[in-house]
Design a protein around this ligand. Sequence first.
Ligand code: ATP
Ligand code: MG
Length: 253
Amino acid sequence: MKIAVTGKGGVGKTSFAATLARIFAEEGRNVLAADADPDANLGQALGFPEEVVDSIIPISKMRKMIEERTGADKDNTFYVLNPKVSDIPDKYGKLYNGVRLLLLGTVDTAGGGCVCPENVILKRIISNLVLHRKDVVILDMEAGLEHLARGTTSGMEQFIVVIEPGARSIQTYRNVKRLALGLGVQQVRVVASKVRDEQDEIFIREKIPEEDFLGFIHYNPDILRADRMGLSPYDCSRELVQEVKEIIKRMEV
Ligand SMILES: Nc1ncnc2c1ncn2[C@@H]1O[C@H](COP(=O)(O)OP(=O)(O)OP(=O)(O)O)[C@@H](O)[C@H]1O
Ligand SMILES: [Mg+2]
């Protein structure tokens, strides 16, 4: 299963991605969780100790390794487009609580569409994960649609758009769906988070087609509390774990 978790800023993408990863790991599956947000915080949400998280350097910042793999010089005048990356997740990913975390980082793309060696490596790692890695791959994306414009996530099997009960979130879902399907992603589905009451539920069900809807994560102060304490929401809320398990059941059909 290869999933990219996306959506608007602050909706609950990382909390959901981390909980998903921990549940699959608990089931004994081989889980790779990749953090593709420059403001990386998936490690904390997975329950990694602070000193481990602080010691990880994102792949995009490993200029020396990128030069070695792509043959790039410092001006990026020449480099290969198909560097070897298959060993990178195991070599640079850190394992904790049964989840291997890979910090991808991101590349500044003034004007977009940059074909620099950093982008080549990131894109290739992601497509390699999809094509060659067994079991579960979860990608926690940065907010917004830039990754779709850059094409870094075009190889993912499915996208899960996390939304809140609001019109802007619905618009984000529609935009992601249009762009992702255009890139050949097979499925774009929705998890609604921070849902407070029945009115919120009705709003979501009215706006999201039944076949794209995976389930609700209700507004839950324990998730916020976990974040404040630097803990994994998975370890702090049984209700959240139960809701995400229900979502997984629908993902697998
Ligand atoms: N269902 C929920 N109920 C209450 N608070 C939540 C819920 N889901 C997430 N939060 C809180 O909302 C904040 C943002 O959550 P999170 O970091 O998971 O979102 P994100 O979409 O990954 O954000 P970003 O766009 O910054 O990466 C955090 O403080 C988190 O604890
Ligand atoms: Mg996040």
